[in-house]
Write a protein that binds this ligand. Sequence first.
Ligand SMILES: C[S@@+](CC[C@H](N)C(=O)[O-])C[C@H]1O[C@@H](n2cnc3c(N)ncnc32)[C@H](O)[C@@H]1O
Length: 236
Amino acid sequence: MADSSSEAPASADAPPRLRTLRSFVRREGRLTDGQRRALESRLAARAWPEGAVNPWTITGRHAPLSLEIGAGDGENVVALAAARPDEDFIACEVHGPGVGHLLLKAESLHLTNLWVAQRDVNDVLAGLPEGALSTVYMFFPDPWPKARHHKRRLFQPPLLAALARVVVRHGHLWAATDSEDYARWMLEAAASAPDWRNLAGAGRAGPRLRRRIVTKFERRAVNDARQIFDFGFSRA
Ligand SMILES: C[S@@+](CC[C@H](N)C(=O)[O-])C[C@H]1O[C@@H](n2cnc3c(N)ncnc32)[C@H](O)[C@@H]1O
């Protein structure tokens, strides 16, 4: 899988400008009335605070804490939080309608172990102490297919280094993509990240994570006959 046909990922000591490039464009999209109400009345109670935080004072307990990056409509993180009441979860997503959808779902299930960070994941990571997270999920990050946009891809050495700081030793990073080019890119980026060990062996995609549910996004990819690539990494 690991060939050099794609543009090389930025190195971990890339110039700061690269790191400030956004992996998303602000597109508010259309909010349903329910989503708007959820954002107005429900977000504050579940908002993961900005700036440096002690996670245990937010969650009120010393339970394993996981983060989903780019949670979209929140299908996975909501299902995980519902299935694992003894663990805590942060859903990070910038897109308003997605956050609204996620809040409605979390409220309908009366989840008390799910927080929402509606901002760039880099800001969330910067505010967490070392070893705060046990698991990170990153399913179908935007592939930015054009070569000139590759630098906007989230899965890059700087993000892997930021994740290595906040994920506990032997913790996990689970990722998936429907882009073969991005799959190669991920493997290249991971190969140059000394803190992460590919559970399937260097240069290989792994089996599907059994607890990863099929989202609207994945369903569309499968309907379009795109192959899905799954990856699991362990914090060395
Ligand atoms: C293609 S969607 C995948 C959504 C979901 N994970 C799924 O599997 O259905 C990627 C999501 O990542 C979000 N995203 C992109 N860059 C982000 C960032 N820097 N911080 C937080 N979310 C981000 C986008 O808004 C988008 O909703």
